[in-house]
Design a protein around this ligand. Sequence first.
Ligand code: LIP
Length: 287
Amino acid sequence: MDASAIDLLEIRDYLVELAYEAGNMMTNMTGKTTFVDKANSVDLVTETDRAVEKLVADKLSLKFPDFEFMGEESYVPGVTQLTAKPTFIVDPIDGTTNFIHSFPYACTSLGFAVGREPVVGVVYNPFLKTLYTGVKGHGSYLNGQKLPLRVPPAGSELTLQGALIAIEWGTQRSGPNYDCKINTFIKLASESGGMVHGFRSLGSAAMNICAVAAGQVDAYWEGGCYAWDVAAGWIILAEAGGRVVGGNPDEWSPEVDSRCYFAVRGGQGSEKFVKDFWKSMVGRLQY
Ligand code: LIP
């Protein structure tokens, strides 16, 4: 089914309703819920993650029974596959570690893709009450304000040296991917390397991408997260004039489930910025 045959604005409006319901569950439970490890002691899941995903999945299957669903907590490695069918791609709580610590950068990330392309995104942080929405061809907004919020001065170029870049440690804390990230962070920050303005780590892929869409962060680089972490933010960023390219060099059109991403805001010089970033990488990410 082609996206043009689907009422994307109806999808957005319903996802906004679900986001507010999920947000109420999150604010009621933050700091109180138990949690368990998944891959290791920094890859966490709570009963609220699971409860929110069940609420969202059940309501979506009733409302849109012909569409597929992919969620973080029901994903089965090697079994669950993202097809070209219209699919909701959901992270019930993105920033679970923040949620556990009551650090207010946790959100629910509700994406919708057709032909494996994100076309609707809703990201809601109930702690800061920030609702990001994006629909293909209809722009993207933060609490009703059109994105990007920050537009750099005319004539200014996007360059590594002036960039604020969102990064994440992720859950792999040893091995070649970890080494690639750490050594690339050092090179980007160093006087002889990128001498970037700084790094920010919001602890949520979705919040990082939305900060890029708002123009408040220039880029976000991560390897190891999943389609549900980025699908909603992907279209929110695209509708704000930015784009997601690969987290490894020369990957200009990554798949939403490629697990290696470099999200970049719109602006003059962005293509050279991407190439300069890729040149600064120490090694490649492999997921
Ligand atoms: C998180 C991502 C983040 C990544 C973390 C974790 P979760 O998702 O948003 O970018 O660095 O390891 O995967 O687990 O909070 O939904």
